[in-house]
Design a protein around this ligand. Sequence first.
Ligand code: ZN
Length: 86
Amino acid sequence: MPETYVCPYCRATVERDYRVQYVIRSCPECGDHGRSVHAEVAAALDDLSSDDLPDGWADRPLDERLLVAVREGLLEIAETRLPPRE
Ligand SMILES: [Zn+2]
């Protein structure tokens, strides 16, 4: 089953056959180059409480949010590790 990845800039999605946190690619939709984040990780980032978010969060692309969230302890590592499907 393919995995879905989300462009950090425009949220266009792409499918890949492997399961990782993010895929570095150029997005054909917006032309930007960055880390397309796995859809489950993107959803976990979107679910974070706005009370906990650092300044500038809304201005950051999705891939930077992932790095900040892990560094700031906003996301448990387990939430972003993406264990293999059973
Ligand atoms: Zn894009």
